[in-house]
Design a protein around this ligand. Structure first.
Ligand code: DTB
Length: 324
């Protein structure tokens, strides 16, 4: 049977997810080595071009205007974004992800601002991704024309659990943006967050929906919730690293060619735990001392970790594909 499928049944995914952990890791690791160079790590720096002041009520997010968090609304100028991108480049990353807070990326002011930033950052010789909320068909085509590497729009969790984390938009809205991106022929990035009180069933369903898209995501970011003071999910217990390993390994088996990112939350875990995630198929990390609003692993820690395990930074297109 071919490895690349988009007709996964829930029970099939569940069976994989529930394999004995080391058998699951072994299977994922074999698939990973069939499709990727296992010495390469995709490194990507987040730049928050618009932070906070968001009308949405995502219970995990420090940027919602509804919650009293440490985040102060801020908008970076093009010059500041270029400055941050240059620093990221000097630190060795090949790609930056520009993030703009807010529900809808289609409004002309937010879209045009993002389009200009994408164009200018690309001129520095960096690959550029973006995340800006919902994207309609027309704007998806425009983003494709700008040569963006991938557009991020997460499913976050399962359809069933989604109303427990957000009420101001629907799962159908999320899926529609993914469909718009696919129709425009752009690579897209979509994943979710673990540790929001969801069950294994929700993780399994989210991964199944991603794997059953007509075209698999280019990048699947899996985040471990970073509970921020002031958000409704503050106080949630950090999930065990083995739960991250299970989700990452399952994602790798379902989407062999995708880049799987161990995105937010790495600071909660040991370097050995993170290395196990890389063994299970995670081949992308956010690199830089800060994510959007919270601290990341420091650059020094990450350089040390990658050196120790013998992984080197790479560009997206150099990551894949040994076979297929
Ligand atoms: C994704 O899945 N994780 C990134 C990116 N996509 C945009 C964001 C991580 C943010 C972590 C929490 C914070 O800094 O506020």
């Amino acid at each position: 049977m071919t490895d690349i499928r988009n007709n996964w049944a829930h029970d099939e995914v569940k069976e994989i997810y529930n394999l004995p952990l080391l058998d699951l890791v072994n299977r994922a690791s074999n698939i990973h080595r069939k499709y990727h160079d296992s010495t390469k790590m995709n490194m990507n720096t987040l730049i928050s071009v618009r932070t906070g002041a968001c009308s949405q009520d995502c219970k995990y997010c420090a940027q919602s205007a509804r919650y009293d968090t440490h985040v102060k609304p801020e908008k970076l100028s093009l010059e500041q974004v270029l400055e941050d991108a240059k620093v990221a480049k000097e630190n060795g990353v090949k790609r930056v992800c520009l993030s703009s807070s807010g529900r809808d990326g289609n409004s002309d002011d937010r879209f045009n601002e993002m389009a200009e930033m994408i164009t200018e950052v690309k001129k520095l010789g960096l690959e550029v991704c973006c995340t800006m909320g919902m994207v309609n068909k027309e704007k998806a085509k425009k983003l494709a024309g700008l040569g963006v590497t991938a557009v991020n729009h997460n499913l976050d969790t399962s359809e069933r659990y989604y109303p427990s984390i957000v009420t101001t938009r629907t799962y159908a809205d999320r899926l529609e943006t993914l469909a718009n991106l696919q129709e425009a022929g752009i690579s897209y990035c979509s994943g979710g967050i673990l540790g929001m009180g969801e069950e294994d069933e929700d993780r399994i369903e989210m991964l199944r929906i991603l794997a059953n898209q007509a075209k698999h995501p280019y990048n699947v970011p899996l985040n471990s919730l970073v509970p921020v003071e002031g958000t409704p999910f503050y106080g949630k217990e950090i999930i065990d690293i083995f739960e991250m390993v299970r989700a990452i390994a399952t994602a790798r088996i379902l989407m062999p060619k995708a880049v799987i990112a161990f995105a937010a939350g790495r600071r909660s875990y040991s370097k050995e735990g993170q290395a196990l995630c890389f063994l299970a198929g995670a081949n992308s990390i956010f690199f830089g001392d800060k994510l959007l609003t919270v601290k990341n692993m420091t650059i020094n820690e990450d350089q040390h970790l990658l050196n120790t395990i013998g992984m080197i930074p790479t560009r997206f297109h150099e990551l894949t594909t040994i076979e297929g």
